[in-house]
Every structure is written in structure tokens, then in C-alpha cells.
Design a protein around this ligand. Structure first.
Ligand code: ZN
Length: 263
């Protein structure tokens, strides 16, 4: 009987010791312990993936005050930043002060057997709101202007170009064809189809002309055209407001797309 009791006590003790050992080895989180813990990402978390980020014990998880990650989509469907050396057909050339010369954007073209391909899908590089839809007018042809709030623009691009948080970034996609039915003011996500590379406007071959300017938020244009006798005063006024008035500041769009190579 005594022996049985002793054995039973010993068994209970060894189970207890085992439990304690297991408990200590699998959970470094002991109340009051200075040991750091790792908070695994949860399905509902809005934080970026917590890849091994140590947090001190008993420190509450901070509320997500940081801006969500900024998304940039490559404007020519099927291509990425690594293709830029092949598809960049014209670089940005800043205009002389007070003049409308230079090249106000970059040109991207897909090539087949050394010739520019027509009909390559063009998609929104950034999310935003449609600020203008231009139907086959000189020099941009079929074109779409999209306004993006600064919070949705990569920080490096905002800082390098000294864009303030009160401004917006406007992206113009020109020389398109087959534009979808969009409305000015419509919200569009990053990657949304805006049309295809075409031959509209002043262009020698089908390509996307992409232009970026920062400026006051909420600007929309009902029309825009220049360089032809057929243009209306309103079209001319909007063109000069966009390109020469000083209301908007021109930026080279290339760094916006190059940044996509950064993981
Ligand atoms: Zn161009």
C-alpha cells in the first residue's frame, strides 16, 4: 500500500515536472519576463507582415496609424520595371523655362520584330480619380488624366520631387485607343485598364506617353488640345494651364516605375 502510494506520488510529481519543463521550453512568455516575444501576423491584421519583429513583453500592439503600403502597378500590362531598358522608347526632357519644348514625360512601347506593337493594354500605375478624359485631340490623342492623393504615392517620389502633402500627383496617359467608358471623378484602382497603346494624337508609332505633374487637389479638365487651328479657346486654356501656367510642377515619371524593382 505504502509503496503504491509512494509510486503514485512519484508519478504525479514526474508529470508535474514534465509539464513545467514542456511549458517553459515552448513558451518564452512569462509574466514579467524581460524576454521579447514575436507577434505572429493574423488574418485580420492590417499591419505589414511581422516577420520576426520582436516586441517587448506586455507592450500593447500599436494601433495601425502608419499609412498602408503604397501600390504601384506597371502601366504596360505584361511588363515590369526590369523591362524598362527595352521598352523605354523616349526619356524625359525637361522644357526650357517658359517654353513648351522638351519631352514632358516618358514613352513606353512594346516591340515585335523591332516595330512598336499596337494594342498593348495600358493600366493605371497608381490608384486615383479620373481628372480628364480627352477624345482624340492634338497632341495627346485619346488620353486619360488621373489624380492620386499624395498618401498613395511612394514616399521616395514625393520627397525627391519636394511634393507637399497638400498637393496631388496627376498622371496623364496619352496616345491611347479603345479607352473604356470612364467618367471624370470616377475612382480607379491601381492596375485598372485605361485603354491600349495606339496612334492617336501626335505620335510616330504606337506607344504610351506617361506624364506626371504635382498640383492642387481636385482639378479636372473637360477638354484639352493645342497646336491646331481647330482647337477651341477652352481646350487651349486647359492645355496651357496643364503645361505652362506654373499651377502644376512637372516631374520625370521614370523613378516612379523604377522603384517597383525594390522589394
Ligand atoms: Zn511622349
Amino acid at each position: 500500500m505504502n509503496l503504491k502510494l509512494k509510486r503514485s506520488k512519484a508519478a504525479r510529481l514526474s508529470v508535474l515536472v514534465l509539464l513545467l519543463a514542456v511549458s517553459c521550453s515552448t513558451s518564452p512568455t512569462v509574466a514579467g519576463s524581460p524576454e521579447p516575444i514575436t507577434v505572429p501576423p493574423t488574418a485580420t491584421s492590417t499591419h505589414p507582415p511581422a516577420t520576426g519583429t520582436p516586441l517587448p513583453t506586455e507592450t500593447p500592439v500599436p494601433t495601425p496609424t502608419a499609412a498602408p503600403p503604397v501600390e504601384v502597378c506597371f502601366p504596360l500590362a505584361g511588363y515590369s520595371a526590369t523591362d524598362l531598358p527595352v521598352i523605354l522608347s523616349q526619356v524625359f526632357i525637361p522644357p526650357a523655362p517658359g517654353k513648351d519644348d522638351g519631352h514632358h514625360g516618358i514613352d513606353l512601347a512594346s516591340y515585335t520584330s523591332g516595330r512598336m506593337s499596337i494594342g498593348v493594354p495600358v493600366q493605371a500605375a497608381l490608384p486615383g480619380k479620373v481628372a480628364a478624359i480627352i477624345h482624340n485631340r492634338p497632341p495627346y490623342g485619346d488620353a486619360i488624366l488621373v489624380e492620386t492623393t499624395i498618401a498613395q504615392v511612394p514616399v521616395h517620389f514625393v520627397e525627391t520631387n519636394k511634393i507637399t502633402s497638400e498637393q496631388s500627383l496627376y498622371l496623364l496617359y496619352a496616345h491611347l485607343q479603345n479607352m473604356p467608358a470612364l467618367q471624370v471623378g470616377q475612382d480607379i484602382p491601381c492596375g485598372m485598364l485605361l485603354g491600349e497603346t495606339g496612334l492617336t494624337g501626335y505620335t510616330g508609332g504606337p506607344h504610351l506617353h506617361l506624364e506626371t505633374r504635382s498640383g492642387p487637389p481636385g482639378v479636372t479638365f473637360e477638354s484639352m488640345a493645342f497646336y491646331e487651328t481647330s482647337i477651341t479657346p477652352a481646350e487651349s486654356k486647359n492645355y496651357t494651364t496643364w503645361r505652362m501656367s506654373g499651377l502644376f510642377t512637372l516631374h520625370d515619371p521614370l523613378p516612379l516605375l523604377q522603384a517597383m524593382t525594390i522589394p
